[in-house]
Design a protein around this ligand. Structure first.
Ligand code: NAD
Length: 371
Protein backbone atom coordinates (compact mmCIF):
# COMPACT_ATOMS: atom_id res chain seq x y z
CA UNK A 1 0.00 0.00 0.00
CA UNK A 2 1.15 3.51 -0.78
CA UNK A 3 1.54 6.05 2.02
CA UNK A 4 1.59 9.60 0.68
CA UNK A 5 3.10 12.60 2.45
CA UNK A 6 1.23 15.79 1.52
CA UNK A 7 2.84 19.20 1.02
CA UNK A 8 1.19 21.53 3.54
CA UNK A 9 -0.86 24.34 2.02
CA UNK A 10 -2.08 26.28 5.07
CA UNK A 11 -0.36 29.70 5.34
CA UNK A 12 2.30 29.68 8.06
CA UNK A 13 2.47 25.89 8.33
CA UNK A 14 6.13 24.92 8.00
CA UNK A 15 6.06 21.40 9.41
CA UNK A 16 5.94 18.16 7.45
CA UNK A 17 4.29 14.91 8.54
CA UNK A 18 7.18 12.56 7.76
CA UNK A 19 10.94 13.13 7.92
CA UNK A 20 13.47 11.22 5.77
CA UNK A 21 14.99 9.41 8.77
CA UNK A 22 11.64 7.67 9.37
CA UNK A 23 10.90 6.66 5.75
CA UNK A 24 12.87 3.44 6.27
CA UNK A 25 10.60 2.40 9.17
CA UNK A 26 7.58 2.45 6.85
CA UNK A 27 9.40 0.84 3.92
CA UNK A 28 10.61 -2.02 6.09
CA UNK A 29 7.04 -2.47 7.38
CA UNK A 30 6.09 -3.18 3.75
CA UNK A 31 4.73 0.21 2.63
CA UNK A 32 5.60 2.25 -0.45
CA UNK A 33 6.22 5.89 0.52
CA UNK A 34 5.52 8.77 -1.89
CA UNK A 35 6.19 12.41 -1.05
CA UNK A 36 4.88 15.53 -2.79
CA UNK A 37 7.79 17.66 -4.06
CA UNK A 38 8.83 20.36 -1.61
CA UNK A 39 6.86 18.79 1.24
CA UNK A 40 9.79 19.17 3.63
CA UNK A 41 11.29 22.38 2.22
CA UNK A 42 10.00 24.72 4.95
CA UNK A 43 11.39 22.29 7.55
CA UNK A 44 14.77 22.42 5.74
CA UNK A 45 14.36 18.89 4.36
CA UNK A 46 15.28 18.38 0.72
CA UNK A 47 13.40 16.15 -1.75
CA UNK A 48 16.65 14.29 -2.41
CA UNK A 49 16.85 13.27 1.27
CA UNK A 50 13.44 11.59 0.96
CA UNK A 51 14.50 9.90 -2.28
CA UNK A 52 17.78 8.69 -0.70
CA UNK A 53 15.76 7.25 2.19
CA UNK A 54 13.67 5.15 -0.20
CA UNK A 55 10.64 7.36 -0.97
CA UNK A 56 9.35 8.37 -4.38
CA UNK A 57 9.07 12.13 -4.83
CA UNK A 58 6.23 12.92 -7.23
CA UNK A 59 3.51 15.46 -7.99
CA UNK A 60 1.19 12.46 -8.16
CA UNK A 61 2.13 11.16 -4.70
CA UNK A 62 -1.50 11.11 -3.56
CA UNK A 63 -2.73 9.22 -6.65
CA UNK A 64 -3.70 5.72 -5.60
CA UNK A 65 -2.52 6.28 -2.01
CA UNK A 66 -4.24 4.23 0.69
CA UNK A 67 -3.06 6.49 3.51
CA UNK A 68 -2.26 10.22 3.40
CA UNK A 69 -0.15 11.89 6.09
CA UNK A 70 -0.13 15.60 6.81
CA UNK A 71 0.06 18.05 9.69
CA UNK A 72 -3.01 20.15 8.79
CA UNK A 73 -5.97 18.29 7.24
CA UNK A 74 -5.74 17.82 3.46
CA UNK A 75 -8.74 19.36 1.65
CA UNK A 76 -11.27 16.70 0.64
CA UNK A 77 -10.94 17.63 -3.06
CA UNK A 78 -7.20 16.87 -2.93
CA UNK A 79 -8.05 13.33 -1.79
CA UNK A 80 -10.20 12.48 -4.81
CA UNK A 81 -7.44 10.59 -6.68
CA UNK A 82 -6.53 8.45 -3.66
CA UNK A 83 -7.38 4.75 -3.50
CA UNK A 84 -11.04 3.99 -2.73
CA UNK A 85 -11.66 4.13 1.02
CA UNK A 86 -8.34 5.84 1.66
CA UNK A 87 -7.44 6.96 5.18
CA UNK A 88 -5.77 10.11 6.47
CA UNK A 89 -3.76 10.86 9.60
CA UNK A 90 -3.33 14.53 10.57
CA UNK A 91 -4.43 17.11 13.09
CA UNK A 92 -8.07 17.83 12.32
CA UNK A 93 -9.85 19.81 15.07
CA UNK A 94 -13.15 18.68 13.62
CA UNK A 95 -15.11 21.58 15.15
CA UNK A 96 -13.14 24.03 12.99
CA UNK A 97 -13.66 21.99 9.79
CA UNK A 98 -17.26 20.78 10.05
CA UNK A 99 -17.98 21.02 6.28
CA UNK A 100 -14.81 19.16 5.36
CA UNK A 101 -15.58 16.43 7.88
CA UNK A 102 -19.03 15.96 6.31
CA UNK A 103 -17.46 15.81 2.82
CA UNK A 104 -14.93 13.23 3.95
CA UNK A 105 -17.66 11.13 5.52
CA UNK A 106 -19.78 11.15 2.38
CA UNK A 107 -16.72 10.35 0.21
CA UNK A 108 -16.05 7.21 2.29
CA UNK A 109 -12.71 8.48 3.61
CA UNK A 110 -11.41 7.24 6.95
CA UNK A 111 -10.11 10.15 9.04
CA UNK A 112 -7.88 9.78 12.08
CA UNK A 113 -7.27 12.93 14.14
CA UNK A 114 -3.92 13.22 15.93
CA UNK A 115 -5.32 15.56 18.58
CA UNK A 116 -7.73 12.83 19.63
CA UNK A 117 -5.06 10.32 20.65
CA UNK A 118 -6.19 9.40 24.18
CA UNK A 119 -3.96 10.73 26.99
CA UNK A 120 -3.20 7.21 28.32
CA UNK A 121 0.21 5.67 29.06
CA UNK A 122 0.07 3.25 26.12
CA UNK A 123 -0.49 6.15 23.72
CA UNK A 124 2.28 8.44 25.00
CA UNK A 125 4.55 7.76 22.01
CA UNK A 126 1.70 8.86 19.69
CA UNK A 127 0.68 11.97 21.64
CA UNK A 128 1.30 14.79 19.17
CA UNK A 129 -0.47 17.38 21.34
CA UNK A 130 2.23 16.79 23.95
CA UNK A 131 5.14 16.69 21.51
CA UNK A 132 4.06 19.95 19.88
CA UNK A 133 3.29 21.57 23.26
CA UNK A 134 6.85 20.73 24.28
CA UNK A 135 8.15 22.68 21.26
CA UNK A 136 5.78 25.59 21.98
CA UNK A 137 6.71 25.79 25.64
CA UNK A 138 10.42 25.89 24.84
CA UNK A 139 9.89 28.49 22.11
CA UNK A 140 7.84 30.75 24.42
CA UNK A 141 10.64 30.80 26.97
CA UNK A 142 13.22 31.63 24.30
CA UNK A 143 11.01 34.40 22.87
CA UNK A 144 10.58 35.89 26.34
CA UNK A 145 14.33 35.74 27.01
CA UNK A 146 15.14 37.16 23.58
CA UNK A 147 12.71 40.07 23.81
CA UNK A 148 13.53 41.07 27.40
CA UNK A 149 16.30 43.63 27.61
CA UNK A 150 17.51 42.12 30.89
CA UNK A 151 19.66 39.16 31.92
CA UNK A 152 17.80 35.98 32.81
CA UNK A 153 20.54 34.63 35.15
CA UNK A 154 22.13 36.10 38.22
CA UNK A 155 25.64 37.34 37.43
CA UNK A 156 28.15 38.26 40.09
CA UNK A 157 30.84 40.33 38.43
CA UNK A 158 33.68 42.63 39.44
CA UNK A 159 31.47 45.47 38.23
CA UNK A 160 28.65 44.43 40.53
CA UNK A 161 25.77 42.01 40.69
CA UNK A 162 23.21 41.58 37.91
CA UNK A 163 19.95 40.45 39.41
CA UNK A 164 18.10 37.58 37.71
CA UNK A 165 14.87 38.12 35.80
CA UNK A 166 11.59 37.26 37.47
CA UNK A 167 9.41 35.11 35.23
CA UNK A 168 5.80 34.10 35.86
CA UNK A 169 4.24 31.20 33.94
CA UNK A 170 0.45 30.77 34.02
CA UNK A 171 -0.81 27.31 33.04
CA UNK A 172 1.52 24.43 33.90
CA UNK A 173 0.51 21.69 31.49
CA UNK A 174 3.00 20.25 29.01
CA UNK A 175 3.86 23.62 27.40
CA UNK A 176 3.91 25.59 30.66
CA UNK A 177 6.18 23.08 32.40
CA UNK A 178 8.56 23.15 29.43
CA UNK A 179 8.57 26.97 29.55
CA UNK A 180 9.31 26.84 33.29
CA UNK A 181 12.11 24.30 32.80
CA UNK A 182 13.67 26.37 30.01
CA UNK A 183 13.49 29.64 31.97
CA UNK A 184 15.04 27.89 34.96
CA UNK A 185 17.87 26.53 32.78
CA UNK A 186 18.50 30.11 31.63
CA UNK A 187 18.80 31.11 35.28
CA UNK A 188 15.62 33.13 35.82
CA UNK A 189 13.72 33.11 39.09
CA UNK A 190 10.44 31.47 38.10
CA UNK A 191 6.97 31.28 39.61
CA UNK A 192 4.17 29.17 38.18
CA UNK A 193 0.43 28.90 38.65
CA UNK A 194 -2.16 26.40 37.48
CA UNK A 195 -5.74 25.73 38.54
CA UNK A 196 -4.99 21.99 38.92
CA UNK A 197 -3.63 21.14 42.39
CA UNK A 198 -1.38 18.41 40.92
CA UNK A 199 0.56 21.01 38.95
CA UNK A 200 2.05 22.61 42.11
CA UNK A 201 4.32 19.63 42.73
CA UNK A 202 5.46 19.57 39.11
CA UNK A 203 6.23 23.31 39.18
CA UNK A 204 8.25 22.87 42.39
CA UNK A 205 10.13 19.86 40.96
CA UNK A 206 11.57 22.19 38.29
CA UNK A 207 12.99 24.56 40.88
CA UNK A 208 10.22 27.13 40.48
CA UNK A 209 7.80 28.45 43.11
CA UNK A 210 4.19 27.29 42.81
CA UNK A 211 1.86 30.17 43.61
CA UNK A 212 -1.03 29.28 45.92
CA UNK A 213 -3.95 31.66 45.41
CA UNK A 214 -6.00 29.85 48.07
CA UNK A 215 -8.72 29.06 45.54
CA UNK A 216 -10.34 25.66 44.99
CA UNK A 217 -8.69 23.35 42.43
CA UNK A 218 -10.46 23.16 39.04
CA UNK A 219 -9.54 19.64 38.02
CA UNK A 220 -12.02 18.08 35.59
CA UNK A 221 -12.19 14.74 33.84
CA UNK A 222 -9.09 13.12 32.32
CA UNK A 223 -6.74 15.30 34.38
CA UNK A 224 -7.72 18.44 32.43
CA UNK A 225 -8.79 21.78 33.87
CA UNK A 226 -12.43 22.85 34.03
CA UNK A 227 -13.71 26.20 32.85
CA UNK A 228 -13.77 29.01 35.46
CA UNK A 229 -16.92 30.82 36.51
CA UNK A 230 -16.71 34.60 36.02
CA UNK A 231 -16.62 35.04 39.80
CA UNK A 232 -13.66 32.67 40.12
CA UNK A 233 -11.92 34.32 37.14
CA UNK A 234 -12.26 37.72 38.81
CA UNK A 235 -10.82 36.46 42.12
CA UNK A 236 -7.98 34.71 40.31
CA UNK A 237 -7.09 37.90 38.42
CA UNK A 238 -7.15 39.99 41.61
CA UNK A 239 -4.86 37.57 43.43
CA UNK A 240 -2.48 37.16 40.50
CA UNK A 241 -2.17 40.93 39.93
CA UNK A 242 0.74 41.56 42.36
CA UNK A 243 2.68 38.58 40.97
CA UNK A 244 2.17 39.89 37.43
CA UNK A 245 3.21 43.42 38.37
CA UNK A 246 6.44 42.04 39.85
CA UNK A 247 7.38 39.94 36.79
CA UNK A 248 9.81 41.00 34.05
CA UNK A 249 8.38 38.31 31.79
CA UNK A 250 4.95 36.71 31.85
CA UNK A 251 4.27 33.54 29.82
CA UNK A 252 0.68 32.29 29.55
CA UNK A 253 -0.24 28.81 28.33
CA UNK A 254 -3.65 28.14 29.92
CA UNK A 255 -6.20 26.11 27.98
CA UNK A 256 -9.42 24.23 28.62
CA UNK A 257 -10.11 21.46 26.05
CA UNK A 258 -12.85 22.36 23.58
CA UNK A 259 -13.25 25.91 24.91
CA UNK A 260 -11.89 29.34 24.16
CA UNK A 261 -8.76 30.08 26.19
CA UNK A 262 -9.55 31.55 29.64
CA UNK A 263 -8.88 35.27 30.07
CA UNK A 264 -6.33 35.45 32.89
CA UNK A 265 -4.82 38.89 32.43
CA UNK A 266 -6.65 42.14 31.65
CA UNK A 267 -5.25 45.04 29.61
CA UNK A 268 -5.05 46.99 32.87
CA UNK A 269 -2.87 44.29 34.45
CA UNK A 270 -0.53 44.41 31.42
CA UNK A 271 -0.32 48.21 31.68
CA UNK A 272 0.54 47.77 35.38
CA UNK A 273 3.74 45.85 34.56
CA UNK A 274 7.12 47.57 34.61
CA UNK A 275 8.40 49.29 31.44
CA UNK A 276 10.24 46.89 29.15
CA UNK A 277 8.40 43.83 30.45
CA UNK A 278 7.46 41.08 28.03
CA UNK A 279 4.24 39.09 27.85
CA UNK A 280 4.20 35.92 25.74
CA UNK A 281 0.72 34.48 25.18
CA UNK A 282 0.78 30.97 23.76
CA UNK A 283 -3.01 30.81 23.79
CA UNK A 284 -3.39 33.77 21.38
CA UNK A 285 -4.50 31.41 18.59
CA UNK A 286 -7.52 30.29 20.61
CA UNK A 287 -8.69 33.66 21.92
CA UNK A 288 -5.78 34.49 24.22
CA UNK A 289 -5.13 34.44 27.95
CA UNK A 290 -4.25 38.13 27.80
CA UNK A 291 -6.65 40.90 26.82
CA UNK A 292 -5.57 42.72 23.66
CA UNK A 293 -3.27 40.00 22.36
CA UNK A 294 -3.06 39.52 18.57
CA UNK A 295 -1.99 36.10 17.31
CA UNK A 296 1.16 36.38 15.20
CA UNK A 297 1.88 40.01 16.22
CA UNK A 298 3.58 42.06 18.89
CA UNK A 299 1.50 44.83 20.48
CA UNK A 300 3.29 47.53 22.47
CA UNK A 301 1.08 48.38 25.44
CA UNK A 302 1.91 51.75 27.13
CA UNK A 303 2.40 51.35 30.87
CA UNK A 304 -0.02 53.01 33.28
CA UNK A 305 2.71 55.39 34.48
CA UNK A 306 3.27 56.69 30.96
CA UNK A 307 6.91 55.57 31.00
CA UNK A 308 7.74 53.00 28.33
CA UNK A 309 5.64 50.07 27.24
CA UNK A 310 5.12 46.33 27.64
CA UNK A 311 5.61 44.02 24.65
CA UNK A 312 2.66 41.68 24.20
CA UNK A 313 3.62 38.78 21.89
CA UNK A 314 0.84 36.58 20.53
CA UNK A 315 1.74 33.05 19.47
CA UNK A 316 0.39 31.75 16.15
CA UNK A 317 1.13 28.12 15.23
CA UNK A 318 4.18 28.31 17.49
CA UNK A 319 5.54 24.80 16.67
CA UNK A 320 5.95 26.04 13.06
CA UNK A 321 8.59 28.45 14.37
CA UNK A 322 10.80 25.42 15.02
CA UNK A 323 9.82 23.28 12.01
CA UNK A 324 12.68 20.78 12.04
CA UNK A 325 12.35 19.44 15.61
CA UNK A 326 8.56 19.86 15.58
CA UNK A 327 8.36 17.79 12.37
CA UNK A 328 10.70 15.10 13.72
CA UNK A 329 8.61 14.70 16.87
CA UNK A 330 5.30 14.79 14.99
CA UNK A 331 6.55 12.29 12.41
CA UNK A 332 7.66 9.96 15.18
CA UNK A 333 4.14 10.17 16.69
CA UNK A 334 2.58 9.46 13.27
CA UNK A 335 4.85 6.49 12.52
CA UNK A 336 3.99 5.02 15.92
CA UNK A 337 0.29 5.41 15.05
CA UNK A 338 0.84 3.62 11.72
CA UNK A 339 2.68 0.81 13.48
CA UNK A 340 -0.26 0.40 15.84
CA UNK A 341 -2.61 0.26 12.85
CA UNK A 342 -0.50 -2.30 10.96
CA UNK A 343 -1.56 -5.88 11.52
CA UNK A 344 -0.15 -8.94 9.71
CA UNK A 345 1.88 -6.61 7.45
CA UNK A 346 -1.22 -4.70 6.29
CA UNK A 347 -2.70 -1.30 7.16
CA UNK A 348 -5.63 -2.70 9.12
CA UNK A 349 -6.65 -0.47 12.05
CA UNK A 350 -8.51 -2.32 14.77
CA UNK A 351 -11.50 -0.06 15.35
CA UNK A 352 -12.06 -1.71 18.73
CA UNK A 353 -8.66 -0.56 19.98
CA UNK A 354 -9.07 2.34 22.44
CA UNK A 355 -6.47 4.51 20.72
CA UNK A 356 -7.73 3.83 17.17
CA UNK A 357 -11.35 4.35 18.21
CA UNK A 358 -10.42 7.58 20.00
CA UNK A 359 -8.76 8.99 16.86
CA UNK A 360 -11.49 7.96 14.43
CA UNK A 361 -13.59 10.85 13.06
CA UNK A 362 -14.98 9.60 9.73
CA UNK A 363 -15.29 6.01 8.46
CA UNK A 364 -17.69 4.21 6.11
CA UNK A 365 -19.06 2.23 9.08
CA UNK A 366 -19.98 5.47 10.88
CA UNK A 367 -22.21 6.47 7.92
CA UNK A 368 -23.93 3.09 8.21
CA UNK A 369 -24.49 3.65 11.93
CA UNK A 370 -25.87 7.15 11.33
CA UNK A 371 -28.29 5.89 8.61
P1 NAD B 1 -3.89 22.04 28.20
O1 NAD B 1 -3.08 22.48 27.02
O2 NAD B 1 -5.31 21.65 27.97
O3 NAD B 1 -3.90 23.27 29.26
C1 NAD B 1 -2.71 23.87 29.70
C2 NAD B 1 -2.78 24.12 31.18
O4 NAD B 1 -3.64 25.23 31.45
C3 NAD B 1 -3.32 22.96 32.01
O5 NAD B 1 -2.33 22.55 32.93
C4 NAD B 1 -4.54 23.54 32.69
O6 NAD B 1 -4.74 23.02 33.99
C5 NAD B 1 -4.18 25.01 32.73
N1 NAD B 1 -5.30 25.93 32.96
C6 NAD B 1 -6.56 25.88 32.48
N2 NAD B 1 -7.30 26.90 32.93
C7 NAD B 1 -6.48 27.65 33.71
C8 NAD B 1 -6.65 28.84 34.46
N3 NAD B 1 -7.83 29.46 34.50
N4 NAD B 1 -5.61 29.33 35.15
C9 NAD B 1 -4.41 28.69 35.12
N5 NAD B 1 -4.18 27.56 34.45
C10 NAD B 1 -5.20 27.04 33.74
O7 NAD B 1 -3.17 20.93 29.03
P2 NAD B 1 -2.09 19.84 28.61
O8 NAD B 1 -0.76 20.48 28.64
O9 NAD B 1 -2.51 19.22 27.35
O10 NAD B 1 -2.16 18.82 29.82
C11 NAD B 1 -3.30 18.70 30.66
C12 NAD B 1 -3.14 17.56 31.63
O11 NAD B 1 -2.99 16.32 30.93
C13 NAD B 1 -1.94 17.66 32.51
O12 NAD B 1 -2.31 17.12 33.76
C14 NAD B 1 -0.95 16.75 31.89
O13 NAD B 1 0.04 16.29 32.80
C15 NAD B 1 -1.85 15.65 31.42
N6 NAD B 1 -1.24 14.90 30.32
C16 NAD B 1 -1.25 13.51 30.41
C17 NAD B 1 -0.68 12.76 29.39
C18 NAD B 1 -0.66 11.27 29.42
O14 NAD B 1 -1.01 10.69 30.40
N7 NAD B 1 -0.29 10.61 28.34
C19 NAD B 1 -0.13 13.39 28.29
C20 NAD B 1 -0.15 14.78 28.24
C21 NAD B 1 -0.73 15.53 29.27
Amino acid sequence: MRIAVARETEPGETRVALVPELVGRLVSAGYEVAVEPGAGRAALLDDQEYADAGATVSDNALHGAGLVLSVQPVKPEALRFCAPRAATVSFLFAGRHADEVAQRQSAGITTFAMEQVPRISRAQSMDALSSQALVSGYRCAIVAAGRLREFFPLSMTAAGTVRPAQVLVLGAGVAGLQAIATCRRLGAVVKGYDVRAAAAEEIASLGATAIDLELPTLEGSGGYAREMTEERAQLQRERLAPHIAAAHALITTAAVPGRQAPLLVTAEMVAGMRPGSVVVDLAADSGGNVEGVVAGSVVNVPTATGHGSVQLWGGANVPSQMPAPASRLYAQNVVNVIQLMTRDGMFDPDLNDEIVAGMLVTHPSLAAQAA
